[in-house]
Ligand binder design. Structure first.
Ligand SMILES: [Zn+2]
Ligand SMILES: [Zn+2]
Length: 428
């Protein structure tokens, strides 16, 4: 068995992992390098030629979730290669791409990308998928995306667990340890654990449970009648937090067309299982519509905003009493703080509110404590490979047992009939 970390040992995002036997090759994720602030992604793999080279002989590609740093290079994959993603994740991706194709200046989405996306095969949780002599089983994980999975990969008598991006402080996060213990480990030991380690280099961030985001939002809404929220349009947990807070404080929940389409998908799929993920009671905001504005002025609102709404927000603010308005910034602080990751369009919106701003966010990634808990529980027999991290070597500082510490691999090696290849120049 051969495991190759093409990218991810020393960077967050741009993940590409390969698992191969003598007969079969699969890839887990084919992500694009994350852009830095307003500078587009610098990624020498983002072209047909290099992806054709990388995927030569690959039987199938499996995506853990729909974030660009895990899936975006799908568009360069030759048509004959199977690409697999969660059922709901595919719907959300299609929705996003169909919205983006109308604004070519924002993102270079082509009709062919959507056609390729439509060919994606989909899977459900716990569905065993045979590809040659490899068996892949997806298990749900909580993340800042909907329909995210970790993968159990079984082949040649070995069992590998690839966690993808995950956390245990989301609404459905506590199910993680149970699935690991009662299902995955119950059937046998894991040999190699490939795990994310995003927060190994972001340890100063305060981590709240998603439910605390909701409680804080309720508090802020009680103090402010008109609340504008900037959060990810595809983060189901966060959207649920603000939606629930709006319901609790009896105000209108407002969105645009694209956000409405995404929320409809969530309501029809995950909402059929969990009441928390139903978004039935929201409204499309019609800018300049006097009658709607009168109602909103009386009732108060929580409005989801995006950078494209800048002019709208600016105008709307002139019609509202300043002291009752608030901007809640609910994304990673790096996008707003000065520095290489800063997004100018977010700063522009923030400035409109002249200091009436509250930051309310929690990470989509596992805390160091959660990483240690997973590692100690999984207790892999052969190796631990930390990826999706700018500080993979910090993994050794986690409170894990000494014999596990010895198993952390960040360079290529061969152990217990598993060849592990780790590309150190993974930034390109
Ligand atoms: Zn990621
Ligand atoms: Zn992610």
């Amino acid at each position: 068995m051969q495991i190759t970390i093409h990218r991810g040992i020393n960077q967050i995002g741009g993940c590409i992992t390969e698992i191969a036997t003598d007969k079969t090759r699969i890839l887990i994720d084919l992500g694009q390098n994350l852009p830095k602030g307003n500078v587009p992604s610098d990624d020498n793999m983002a072209n047909k030629e290099n992806i054709e080279d990388l995927t030569k002989g690959v039987n199938a590609i499996f995506y853990t979730h729909y974030h660009g740093d895990h899936v975006e290079l799908f568009k360069y994959v030759p048509e004959g290669i199977e690409q697999h993603i969660g059922e709901v994740a595919k719907q959300v991706m299609l929705c996003k791409y169909e919205a983006l194709i109308h604004i070519p200046e924002d993102a270079p989405v082509k009709v062919e990308d959507i056609q390729l996306l439509e060919l994606f095969k989909t899977f459900r949780e716990k569905q065993e998928i045979p590809i040659g002599n490899i068996k892949i089983t997806p298990y749900f994980v909580s993340h800042s995306a909907c329909d995210a999975y970790m993968f159990l990969i079984e082949a040649e008598g070995k069992r590998i667990l690839h966690t993808g991006d995950f956390r245990d402080h989301g609404y459905l996060g506590k199910g993680l340890m149970q699935v690991l213990e009662k299902i995955i480990l119950h059937k046998g030991a894991i040999d190699v654990l490939i795990t994310e380690g995003t927060m190994l280099s972001r340890s100063t961030e305060k981590v709240l449970h998603e439910n605390d985001i909701k409680l804080n939002a309720i508090e802020l809404m009680r103090q402010h009648k008109y609340v504008f929220v900037l959060c990810s349009s595809t983060d189901i947990d966060r959207l649920a937090s603000f939606y629930q807070a709006a319901q609790e404080t009896d105000r209108s929940f407002l969105y645009d067309n694209y956000q409405k389409n995404v929320l409809n998908i969530f309501t029809e799929t995950k909402g059929a299982i969990y009441k928390l993920f139903r978004f039935d009671n929201g409204y499309y905001y019609k800018h300049g519509h006097k009658k709607q504005l009168d109602i909103l002025k009386g009732k108060g609102f929580c409005m989801l905003v995006r950078p494209k709404h800048y002019d709208q927000i600016k105008e709307l603010l002139t019609q509202l009493p300043e002291e009752q308005t608030l901007f809640i910034y609910s994304m990673w602080s790096g996008y707003l703080n000065e520095g290489e990751n800063q997004k100018k369009e977010y700063v522009k919106i923030e400035k409109l509110f002249k200091g009436r701003v509250k930051r309310l966010h929690t990470s989509g990634h596992a805390t160091p404590e959660a990483l240690a808990k997973v590692c100690n529980l999984v207790n892999p027999t052969t190796a631990i490979i930390p990826i999706h991290s700018e500080a993979s070597s910090n993994y050794a500082n986690l409170p894990i047992t000494e014999h596990l510490r010895q198993k952390i691999m960040t360079t290529s090696c061969s152990i217990d009939s598993v060849n592990i290849g780790i590309n150190q120049n993974s930034t390109n």
